[in-house]
Write a protein that binds this ligand. Structure first.
Ligand code: EPZ
Length: 441
């Protein structure tokens, strides 16, 4: 990915008001790819991963793994070849590892392969406290002694033995980590109250393609029969449900008409249902969905839930859209405790949202006006771009590196749909953008 060079700080300049129309292609799922990259080191043979998204999070994890001896080749932008045979060092101090949350998948992979692992505690993400107690519960259940020392998680086991594990919380990360740690344990592991997200299923399918024996992924009971070893494989990552949903909501909020291609419509059902509720037309095809809106946006109620409920990663995009609907809407965020950070920013654009506890009360307004705003986190940042696209006038959005964590070529794809958006660096280029796009009202 041509990311901003180290010292250049980029921001988006957006002139809102265009209805986005046309076709957009969705890339591989970031949250499946991160786990699959880590799981690739469970074998000493080479693994080829296709439809790999070229986004900051996956690139940082790949760099971090190269830094601990994993051989990484990138024959093209969306294909990665990984060989983890050289990874002997289970004590991972590598600086980059600390920086990304998904590095906690290395614990499950290294423990599953070597019966021991030492990985720095993942950085807390700013959408909530992000505990890992369920991950540790799973590792301990299969026989690992786990302690936290010197800012790292240290897990060691004489041998790993299958266990019956009841998750106290539905956790994507913990479910995936236990899959990786138990796929070569002795005997059977059962995970009750497992996460059912599409990317959990994708990781299970990937591990099975390497010779694992995992059944029930996608339901709340997953059964793993330990195997003696895993072999290399070639695997293609599923399309990104959240990138797809973000473009679907882009059509809704700008009153556009977008054909979102390379998706699995089944994974988008809760998103489709809400878009229809707010007045959009959604047509489903084999591997694409078409979303259009001509009439006014209507209000609705949303509560985020584990899959197949409405995804928490789509909550900011829905909140921004509802700020332009008629009437009062509510959104209840039941997964994370700090996922309304976009509200302060969109209030600068004229939105009327009150947050009470884990519920946002949204009184729809006629329009939003452009403003200088800042991306607070990955999904809130993407949602604020949608708000800028729907607003009257010019907006600038800072800290777009947070958006680039999970969206490949975001501004290029939006431009392809008729958006007026540029990646700019300094005040001078913002001024130039404003001059060029001063909309004759
Ligand atoms: C994954 O995070 C995703 N990240 C998140 O996407 C996504 O929002 C989340 O799943 C829910 O779908 C990746 O896959 C890298 P969880 P994860 O464990 O695994 C609590 C994005 O925007 N919990 O399912 O960290 C936790 O506090 C990111 O792409 C525990 O209590 O989420 C939360 O309330 C943001 N103990 C709930 O469970 C634990 O040990 C769900 O968290 C683990 C989690």
């Amino acid at each position: 990915m041509k990311t901003s060079s180290k010292d250049t700080i980029y921001r988006y300049a957006v002139r809102g008001g265009n209805s986005l129309k046309g076709e957009v292609e969705v890339g591989g799922a970031k949250n499946a790819a991160l786990a699959i990259i880590a799981a690739s080191i469970l074998t000493d043979e080479t693994v080829t991963i296709e439809n790999m998204p070229d986004v900051r999070d996956t690139n940082v994890l790949l760099d971090a793994m190269a830094g601990i001896g994993v051989i990484i080749e990138r024959p093209d932008r969306h294909t990665v070849r990984i060989n983890g045979s050289m990874v002997r060092n289970v004590n991972i101090e590598y600086e980059l590892i600390r920086r990304i949350r998904a590095s906690y998948y290395l614990i499950g992979a290294l423990l599953g392969k070597y019966n021991e692992a030492e990985v720095p505690l993942p950085g807390g993400c700013n959408i909530g406290s992000r505990p890992i107690d369920q991950h540790l519960k799973g590792f301990r259940a299969i026989g690992a002694d786990v302690k936290i020392e010197r800012g790292s998680i240290i897990a060691k086991a004489e041998r790993l033995t299958g266990a019956h594990i009841y998750m106290d919380v539905v956790s994507v990360g913990a479910t995936i980590n236990i899959l990786m740690a138990s796929c070569m344990a002795d005997g059977k592991t059962i995970i009750e109250n497992a996460a059912k997200e599409p990317h959990v299923v994708d990781v299970a399918n990937f591990l099975n393609s390497m010779g694992a024996n995992i059944k029930g992924a996608g339901t709340d009971v997953i059964r793993i029969k330990g195997v003696s070893s895993l072999h290399g494989a070639t695997y293609s990552v599923i399309p990104d449900q959240i990138e797809a949903g973000t473009f679907m909501f882009a059509a809704a909020v700008t009153g556009g008409d977008i054909l979102v291609k390379n998706v699995i419509p089944k994974h988008l059902e809760s998103i489709t249902a809400k878009l229809i509720e707010v007045g959009c037309r959604v047509e489903e095809f084999d591997d694409c969905v078409r979303v259009s809106r001509t009439g006014k946006l209507r209000n609705t109620q949303i509560k985020t839930l584990p899959y197949p409920g409405f995804p928490t990663d789509m909550q900011p995009q829905a909140g921004v859209t509802l700020s332009l609907s008629e009437g009062v809407s509510t959104i209840t965020e039941s997964i994370f405790e700090n996922r309304f950070r976009y509200v302060d920013e969109i209030m600068k654009m004229g939105a009327d949202i009150k947050v009470e506890g884990n519920t946002a009360i949204i009184t729809g307004t006629e329009s939003l006006t452009g403003a200088n705003i800042t991306a607070p986190d990955l999904r809130a940042g993407a949602a604020l771009v949608l708000a800028a696209l729907a607003a009257d006038g010019v907006s600038t959005i800072d800290d777009i590196h947070l958006i680039e964590r999970g969206y490949e070529d975001f501004e290029i794809k939006l431009k392809g749909l008729g958006a007026v958006i540029e990646k700019v660096t300094d005040e001078r280029s913002v001024k130039k953008f404003r001059m060029k796009n001063a909309k004759v009202s």
